[in-house]
Design a protein. Structure first.
Length: 450
């Protein structure tokens, strides 16, 4: 491996020197003007506190919405299961063909109830009146009700938050179809909503024009402070029953969430300044010249730019010289002499060469193979010239695309030609391949004509 260029260290220093001068000026300013340091610290604390509050609010809101979405999915799935189980039981009872509300049919109802997972009672109805049930037997007088507020497209009716004759303290959901209804303990659904205080569940039939929402329970009151757009985003509808569910935060739940948000926001504000300062320090470390160059190579931000070479006096095109150009994340061009010197010092020059040769092959390789009269000039530093992988890269990305060896010109410094025995061996090998080798800056060193 050839030695690094004499001026590499000096060029690298110039690359990082602006940062060093900035840090030194900042240190002197803070030393001689303490009041500026206090103002700066206050600004950082305020910015960190505001950031902490914003982050806490966003995290809390995101977590709450995720909890609502998960709970809504569980509620909808459970209601689908309940409706399916009720319809299955009704169909089985009806298929047995016993007389409505007879002892035989009550026996059939009890059998289905015993096998059911969610149903608490099954009753026989006509119209909207209850005539018998597994819990009450045959009623002396039918119990009359109004039509169910929710009627699904398949004919299933749903009544929410109903007290039952057998127990006024038990709140139930009633599923109706044909000559039967079934009672379900409301807690079978309400208990699926976790992580929310006083959640308010609402049901509706899926209708693209308008959905009429009905409360699942009358024991909770929804908060009126939630925007309609957010409520719309929470709606989930079943593909099998066309039943829609949404969960709104109850009045107590909204207040509780505000309290939690305030606590988290307070903690975020307290830690915000520290996090802000730590992030600034990490960012400064991340933006050292070495790491910036490594990222530029990784992200292919160093690209070949093609400088035309013309013949005089005709002005006809003779070829191109491929020059490495680094455009940083901000669209600024980093001076070539700075990042090349840095790459040579830190052992990344080989990576730049490999990236350049690969990009040249992809950009104009096929075109050069057709235009055999044009030449391609590559500038090679001493360190990369001595890299055994250089010839392999030229063969893989240029020669294998059909570019003739006579079209490729390797431009090196005259010091490289006399640096080591290894360099002279590589020059001889390239010459045998048919590559042309030119001396850059001829006349300023050992091979001067003076």
């Amino acid at each position: 491996m050839c030695a690094s260029p004499v001026n590499a260290a000096g060029q690298t220093d110039s690359f990082i020197d602006p940062d060093a001068r900035l840090i030194e000026r900042h240190r002197q300013l803070m030393t001689h003007t303490p009041w500026i340091a206090i103002i700066t610290l206050s600004v950082l604390i305020a910015a960190g506190g505001a950031t902490g509050w914003w982050v806490a609010t966003q995290l809390q809101g995101s977590q709450t919405e995720e909890t609502i979405q998960q709970s809504t999915r569980r509620v909808l799935d459970r209601l689908d299961d309940i409706i399916y189980e009720a319809r299955l039981a009704f169909g089985a009872i009806n298929d047995l063909g016993n007389v409505h509300c007879s002892e035989a049919q009550l026996r059939d109802m009890r059998t289905q109830l015993f096998e059911a997972r969610y149903l608490r009672d099954i009753g026989g109805v006509r119209g909207f009146s209850l005539y018998c049930s597994t819990a009450l037997g045959v009623l002396d007088q039918p119990y009359h009700s109004s039509p169910p507020p929710i009627r699904l497209p398949n004919g299933t009716g749903i009544r929410t938050d109903r007290a039952v004759l057998a127990s006024q303290r038990l709140r139930t959901v009633v599923v109706e179809f044909g000559s039967f209804n079934a009672l379900v303990d409301s807690r079978q659904v309400i208990d699926l909503v976790t992580g929310l205080e006083q959640a308010h569940i609402e049901l509706a039939v899926d209708n693209t024009q308008q959905r009429d929402w009905h409360p699942y329970s009358l024991l909770t009151q929804p908060s009126n402070e939630e925007p309609s757009r957010r409520l719309q985003e929470r709606v989930q509808c079943s593909e099998t029953t066309d039943l829609c569910v949404r969960i709104r935060l109850g009045e107590d739940g909204a207040a509780a969430m505000d309290a939690r948000t305030a606590v988290i926001s307070g903690l975020g504000a307290t830690l915000g300044a520290s996090l802000f300062l730590i992030a600034s320090g990490v960012r400064r470390q991340r933006n050292t010249p070495d790491r910036a160059l490594a990222r530029a190579i990784r992200d292919h931000r160093i690209r070949p730019y093609y400088q035309p070479i013309v013949q005089l006096p005709s002005g006809s095109l003779a070829g191109f010289e491929a020059l490495a150009r680094w455009i940083d994340e901000h669209g600024q061009t980093v001076p070539t002499e700075q990042f090349i010197a840095l790459a040579e010092r830190n052992g990344m020059i080989g990576d730049i060469s490999a990236l350049m040769i690969q990009s040249i092959g992809e950009d104009i390789g096929d075109w050069l193979a057709v235009n055999e009269e044009l030449k391609l000039t590559l500038n090679v530093s001493p360190e990369e010239f001595c890299d055994p992988g250089l010839i392999r890269q030229i063969e893989e990305h240029l020669l294998e695309r059909g570019i003739a060896p006579e079209q490729i010109v390797i431009e090196i410094t005259e010091r490289t030609m006399l640096e080591t025995e290894a360099a002279r061996d590589i020059i001889e090998r390239m010459t045998k391949m048919g590559l042309s080798i030119y001396a850059d800056d001829f006349g300023v060193g050992y091979c001067g004509l003076a």
